[in-house]
Design a protein around this ligand. Structure first.
Ligand code: ZN
Length: 416
């Protein structure tokens, strides 16, 4: 199995049922973070499908094709973890709230799945709790351990859970932030959670929320690393498979459109909040229990595509120079699906020095330092990292004052 490039998932990641139906298709791309050196440009890049499937049994939305993680993460050297102070504050408040709400006593074991540099756990540790992080990025895990947050550099799964419980005992509180949409065998992870969890412990999982993706047309968050597009209802089936149940849910918005789900072992000490059924009802009202939602989504995306393509191609026919701002993974999805290639975008600038000097996957557009806006003086700059449009325009205010105009591509193309 370890030598596959990608495979087609025949059963639902949440409920295990095989009634998956294709709901929409985006343009196939290479891995969105596979930036190329000049010497690699002649290679034939392999492209993988980006199709969303809908499970008719539990309504879960997921990618049908799973690319081998070894291929997806081989070029992660361009990744720089940028934790904003706002997000660090969110994590601190989170730790305080959870300790109070679940009456976590000093000495209790707290586990974080996908713990990154240990920021979340550090707030629990500061308040006297025992902490253990798990993160597959071995270098980051080592660094966290060196700063006092013991971290296992591995993937969390049932096998690792057995070793952890053996060595550390069971855990009162297990948490996972924005890690689970990347995990193919989610059932095995949840099995491990159930195994490590104390009988009166709780599990809190934060994941991106598909309703926010749909409403804001964040379609460019669809790329191969993100296997799942979560809503609440399918989690009921997932937890039921391992003898757990949801006790509360909350829509949160630290980095744009997430949901927090709190679960315990079945018939545990906490009662179920009315929030759970309220949100599941709301999801039904929004049509998230119908495959039609994906066809509607595809229509919304096509409308933007038509408008943006017309805008950019008209400018290009008029001989304008157009740059892009930002080369995050999601820009690969956006450019591929909107047909923005090197005939449309002359160059891209990005603040990340590790990306400068490389070429974008698929479109092969050169990535330069933002200084190029002032030396090459493009007539227009499309903000590809459009979720950061406001701070980018503020930072590059000199460009719009003296040189040219910004184009915000989404959710409605806008020249400013
Ligand atoms: Zn399902």
């Amino acid at each position: 199995m370890s030598n596959y490039t990608y495979y087609f998932k025949k059963s639902c990641r949440m409920c295990g049922d095989t009634s998956l139906k294709k709901g929409m298709a985006l343009t196939p791309t290479p891995p969105g973070n596979d930036f190329l050196k000049q010497s690699e440009l002649h290679f034939d890049e392999k492209k993988y499908p980006l199709d969303l499937y809908f499970c008719e049994n539990c309504c879960h939305i997921q990618l049908g094709h799973v690319v081998n993680p070894k291929i997806l993460y081989q070029k992660n050297y361009t990744y720089v973890s940028a934790t904003s102070s706002e997000f660090v504050n969110h994590l601190k408040n989170y730790a305080n709230n959870m300790i109070e709400r679940f009456n976590l006593k000093s000495g209790s074991l707290i586990i974080d799945i996908g713990s990154n540099d240990g920021t979340t756990l550090s707030f629990f540790k500061d308040l006297g709790l025992k902490v253990l992080g798990i993160d597959p990025a071995k270098e980051i895990a080592k660094k966290a351990t060196n700063t006092g947050i013991e971290t296992i550099g591995d993937f969390f799964n049932f096998e690792l859970a057995c070793k952890i419980k053996n060595k550390y005992g069971s855990s009162k509180f297990i948490t996972s932030h924005n890690a689970c949409a990347h995990i193919d065998d989610l059932l095995d992870v949840i099995k491990g959670v159930e195994y490590c969890l104390d009988d009166d412990g709780v599990f809190v999982i934060e994941v991106g929320y598909f309703l926010d993706v749909y409403e804001n047309i964040w379609f460019d968050t669809i790329y191969h690393e993100h296997l799942d597009y979560h809503t609440v209802a399918p989690f009921e089936k997932l937890f039921a498979r391992v003898g757990m149940e949801i006790i509360d849910v909350e829509r949160i918005n630290p980095q744009g459109g997430s949901i927090r789900i709190i679960a315990q072992k079945k018939d545990g000490q906490h009662s179920r909040s009315p929030n759970v059924d309220k949100l599941i009802e709301f999801e039904k009202k929004q049509g998230l229990d119908q495959i039609l939602i994906l066809q509607e989504f595809e229509k919304k995306i096509s409308e933007v595509k038509k408008k943006l393509y017309k805008l950019v191609s008209t400018l290009k026919e008029g001989g304008k120079i157009i740059a892009g701002f930002g080369a995050p993974t999601k820009a690969t999805t956006l450019m591929a699906h909107f047909g923005l290639d090197k005939n449309m975008i002359d160059f891209i600038v990005d603040d990340n020095p590790l990306k400068q000097g490389l070429f974008t996957p698929m479109a092969h557009i050169p990535v330069l330092s933002p200084k190029a806006l002032y030396s090459r003086k493009p007539d227009y700059v499309i903000i590809l990292a459009w979720n950061f449009a406001e701070p980018i325009m503020k930072m590059q205010e000199k460009y719009s004052r003296e040189i040219g105009q910004f184009i915000i591509p989404m959710p409605t193309p806008l020249v400013r």
